[in-house]
Design a protein around this ligand. Structure first.
Ligand code: NDP
Length: 304
């Protein structure tokens, strides 16, 4: 039986550590602070931002939620970011994506001070990550590494294959694995004979954005699978393809008319030695790592 790598337990442990660090910083008169900018009313974004603000409250981190009107311009957003860059009590600035069409997201993300870039999206932080220098790494890939490390899964010398090369997940995940001394291959939509490559992986990271894309024949028996994907399926036929006979999922589908699935086919997990489930895996680490990055940013910026 494959081992389930429990994201909830690992996220809770990280949060406890962050809470203790915040308390310790408090003794020295420092309270880390996070500013979150949310534009518009995208339901998923509203849930994410609310969870992030709530996590700050739980851990004793100061938070400031800023909600500009939906018609905000790039210029106005740049002014807002500049003001947050200058505010001393703010250590981290988070811009919830997606932004409305009229706002130039790239220009805006580049305007965030790299010292306060707790999402790790700024080119300066991407460069530092590549150069193997201490930096703020993107939260989801950082969570992938924490899961592996805290589950005692060796990375050094292992063959790691990352499917997906986005700036937010795939590329930084590959870079972090490389920094852990794994032998890393990055795959994407133009990769030839993908299955032959993924079958080489001791650690297979799936960050594709396609439901159940990684099938059993793409997995080396005993490999560790990290499923970053979060996909919602609403179609009955598609549901059947993945979850036929799964009573728990059947009940969830009947109740909500949808279920969440990762980028890995459930049958592929059975071939693995260990895997992160969806939901309940990597997704839960993202907020914990955001909290951790906020405290890290506070320490680095304030020279603690
Ligand atoms: P992107 O769409 O930005 O990137 C997807 C990547 O997958 C691309 O590099 C693309 O290749 C590659 N890809 C697409 N189709 C294929 C294929 N047929 N074969 C091989 N590679 C393919 O997605 P993200 O990186 O932003 O997200 C990936 C997944 O992770 C999504 O499901 C997303 O919801 C989830 N996610 C989860 C988070 C969490 O907190 N757990 C946070 C962020 C994302 P190419 O570059 O050639 O187009």
């Amino acid at each position: 039986m494959a081992r389930v790598l429990n994201g909830a337990e690992i996220a809770a442990a990280i949060k406890q550590e962050v809470k203790a660090e915040v308390r310790e910083l408090g003794v020295g008169g420092i309270r880390p602070g996070l500013a979150a900018i949310l534009v518009g009313h995208d339901p998923a974004s509203e849930i994410y931002v609310r969870s992030k603000v709530q996590a700050c409250e739980e851990l004793g981190i100061y938070s400031d939620l800023i909600t500009p009107r939906e018609t905000v311009t790039t210029e106005e957003m740049l002014d807002l970011v500049a003001a947050l860059n200058d505010r001393d009590e703010i250590d981290g600035i988070l811009i919830q994506l997606p932004l409305p069409k009229q706002v130039d997201a790239k220009v805006l993300l580049d305007a965030v001070s790299p010292a306060k870039d707790v999402d790790g999206f700024h080119p300066v932080n991407a460069g530092k990550l590549q150069a193997g220098r201490p930096s703020l790494a993107p939260c989801t890939p950082a969570g992938v590494i924490e899961i592996l490390r805290r589950s005692g899964i060796p990375m050094a010398g292992q063959r790691a294959v990352v499917v997906g090369r986005s700036d937010i997940v795939g590329k930084p995940a590959a870079m972090l694995l490389l920094n852990e001394n794994a032998t890393v291959t990055i795959c994407h939509s133009k990769t030839r004979d993908l299955a032959a490559v993924t079958r080489e992986a001791d650690i297979l990271v799936a960050a594709i954005g396609r439901p159940g894309f990684i099938t059993p024949e793409m997995v080396k028996p005993g490999a560790t699978i990290i499923d970053v994907g979060i996909n919602r399926i609403t179609d009955r036929t598609e549901f059947e393809r993945f979850f036929a006979g799964n009573a728990k999922r059947e009940a969830a589908f009947a109740k909500r008319g949808s279920v969440v699935i990762g980028d890995v086919h459930p049958a592929a997990f059975e071939v693995s030695g260990a895997y992160t489930p969806v939901p309940g895996g990597v997704g839960l680490l993202t907020i914990a790592m955001l909290m951790s990055n906020t405290v890290r940013a506070a320490r680095m910026r304030r020279g603690v």
